[in-house]
Design a protein around this ligand. Sequence first.
Ligand SMILES: NC(=O)C[C@H](N)C(=O)O
Length: 307
Amino acid sequence: MVTEATPIHTQGAAGGRYCVLVHGGAGNVPLERRALHVEGCLRAARVAAELLGAGGSALDAVERAVRALEDDPLFNAGTGASLNEEGRVEHDASIMEGRTLRAGGVCALSGFRNPVAIARAVLEDGRHVLYAAGGAARFALARGFTSVDEASLVTEAARAALHVAQSGQGPTGWAGGTVGAVAFDATGLRAAATSTGGTLNKRVGRVGDSPLIGAGTYADDEAGAVSTTGHGEAMIRLGVARAVAEHMRAGASPEEAARVEIARTRDRLQATGGVIALDATGRWGLARSTDTMSWAVAGERGELSGY
Ligand SMILES: NC(=O)C[C@H](N)C(=O)O
């Protein structure tokens, strides 16, 4: 069922000189597990905020936050990612910075622990924006990343979820738990990053919105930074991350911008999802049309979290 696009928070210009906002995926986390998801988001936001407080860049902060969430088996990214129809992990991730619009992404990538770090290396390398599957793995190895045994990325919970989906006892399609972060730093840089295992029981080679600049991730210092989660095919068709950024460029608050695009995703494509965003003035906000989307914000002026 598709529910109302719910505005769940906005915070004016409460970020201070630096701030990071993370999400742990739009979805429907059962009541008894919600606190765990929020705590995971808070931990990730805190390590990233610490880095910002010590003078780190927004780009370092979003990478750091997303790496923490990738390493947390609770979320559908890195370790614990959703499995494809063959029971394998295929990661998607991207990252972007808003000053010079550098961006990097990897998709359908197997066998690495922190896809967002590889996306960051793609951004730094600068020649291309997106690498897929074997080419992404080759790039990662050439950049000194170590591949891991795929089994070490697969959790019992991910196996069980695939079993339920494949035996027809539960929903197939998108699993919640994609992760993302947006941040700004004391120099005014904005950055965004998103990482996921994609949809549960997806076809081999299916690529979602998360690694795509403009769909899952966008950052422009003149507009804002955005990370999306939800029904990836819909997010791609509507170019949601870029659309949210354009609303902010035109003066909408991050929450308004997020709400408009989440409502459009629902009305136009009957799809659900969530968005986190911060704008060029340091305001932040979010919206979702799912029952839950765990999130946490941490910055110079303290922290807040919810779902
Ligand atoms: N959980 C998610 O957000 C899924 C992701 N957007 C995808 O479609 O790959």
